[in-house]
Design a binder for this molecule. Structure first.
Ligand SMILES: Cc1ncc(COP(=O)(O)O)c(C=O)c1O
Ligand SMILES: Nc1c(O)cccc1C(=O)C[C@H](N)C(=O)O
Length: 411
């Protein structure tokens, strides 16, 4: 591929103008939006307004005047269309970890004849830790974690499994699991499914309702660009809402929070999954970030995400000097999320050298160099320039300089 072809791809890109809606440093090629999304310009003004006007001037009146009290529902409803969910099923609150606790417990109680939670050994650790914590609390007779390799999920579905807990896009390899097929197979065996959409929401065209998903969680700080520590969201299919009781019963999930009743009575809708007071400033930032998505077609996002990664692979494979970077993600774009993983013995040092040269990627232990592709603000020219710099870092052996070998840094 030559540069003219790259320029033509940018020219034909229907999402190209979205980049202007983000604040990105001029000297940076940001390929880490799969970990922390970039800053939408609208977030800056919204946060300033929330702090100085809503909080500073209107003080406590803002719970009503600026509808702070409805933020979790409003933000949930803005996320819903991005993940294929009809109204009344998504709410914004807490972190993925905390929301998983609520949903794991809910799903186990719906399927109380069984005790096994089946997940994958390469799942993001917090998902597994939440099951382990719940198992310690409830005892193994009520909750027991079983781990299998991703390729063994199907054959491990049996009548002992109560809940299948899967992350749709693997955080290391980018492997995309087939939500439609696995949900169907699980249901045929009487298993409920919880999907972790951390690496899918805003990256691929998720279809929760179409796949008859039961439960899902996801975060606001990656592809949705809500900022560091942005609140997460959860999805509970309408058909389950009347039959579940989540364990972190808090006053915000009460049917009438301001009745201040001593007895808990959960709301009869998705609001029952709230626990405490929403983090208004952070949730307002996510609310503003979601406005960027309002005119975006997820099918176009997916198309561009695939094209960006495919171009990256093609350019990289054209350089014999990069032969030691072994692609660990599948080359089959239909089975991949929006990121690529490469294994290399010096992955950490290469990542550090790239960052010094303005290409922000990340390292995941033990030896993975990860590149994320965020179609709203990444151009094909970015991909071209990133590969050019990568080639230079490897060919000049810049990464071998001792300053790049500082183990233990968060990347
Ligand atoms: C698949 C997955 N689940 C969960 C998390 C983190 O969850 P939390 O919002 O609790 O930090 C991550 C990464 O941040 C992740 O990649
Ligand atoms: N979520 C993170 C955080 O709060 C701080 C630092 C890094 C992260 C992460 O991106 C972890 C992430 N889920 C991953 O895919 O590696």
């Amino acid at each position: 591929m030559n540069f003219n072809e790259i320029a033509a791809l940018d020219k034909a890109d229907p999402l190209a103008n979205k980049r202007d809606e983000f604040d990105l440093p001029a000297d940076t090629i940001y390929l880490d939006g799969n970990s922390l999304g970039a800053l939408p310009k609208t977030v800056k003004s919204r946060v300033a307004e929330v702090v100085s006007q809503q909080w500073g001037c209107h003080l406590i009146r803002s719970w009503n005047d600026h509808q702070w009290i409805d933020l979790p529902t409003r933000v949930g409803e803005k996320i819903a269309p991005l993940i294929g969910a009809a109204k009344g099923q998504v709410i914004c609150c807490d972190s993925i970890s905390v929301n998983l606790f609520k949903l794991l417990s809910s799903a186990l109680s719906l399927n109380s004849q069984r005790n096994m939670v089946l997940s994958t050994e390469d799942n993001f650790p917090t998902d597994l830790y939440m099951v382990q914590g719940l198992s310690n609390l409830l005892g193994p007779e009520l909750c027991q974690l079983t781990l299998v390799a991703e390729q063994d999920i199907e054959q491990s579905l049996n009548d002992k499994v109560a809940v299948l807990l899967l992350t749709q896009v693997n955080f290391r390899t980018g492997q995309l699991l087939d939500m439609q097929k696995l949900t169907k197979l699980a249901h045929e065996k009487g298993i409920l499914v919880i999907w972790d959409l951390a690496h899918s929401a805003g990256a691929i065209d998720v279809e929760l309702d179409k796949c008859h998903a039961d439960f899902a969680v996801g975060c606001g700080y990656k592809y949705l660009n809500g900022g560091p520590g942005s609140p997460a969201f959860l999805y509970v299919a309408k058909r389950h809402q009347a039959n579940v009781k989540q364990p972190l019963a808090g006053w915000m999930g009460h049917a009438k929070p301001f009745a201040f009743d001593a007895t808990y009575q959960g709301a009869d809708n998705i609001n029952q999954f709230l626990s405490g007071t929403p983090s208004v400033i952070a949730m307002s930032a996510l609310d503003a970030a979601l406005d960027t998505w309002q005119d975006v077609d997820m099918a176009k996002v997916r198309e561009k995400s695939i094209a960006l990664a495919d171009v990256f692979i093609k350019l990289l494979q054209a350089h014999p000097s990069l032969i030691d970077l072994r692609l660990c993600s599948t080359e089959d774009s239909s089975q991949r999320g929006s990121q690529l993983a490469f294994a290399h013995t010096d992955a950490f040092a290469i990542c550090q050298a790239l960052i010094e040269r303005g290409v922000i990627a990340d390292f995941r232990a033990p030896n993975i160099l990860r590149f994320g592709f965020t179609p709203l603000y990444t151009s094909f020219e970015d991909v071209w320039n990133a590969v050019t710099i990568l080639v230079d870092v490897v060919e000049t052996q810049l990464y071998k300089e001792s300053r790049f070998n500082l183990a233990g840094k968060v990347t």
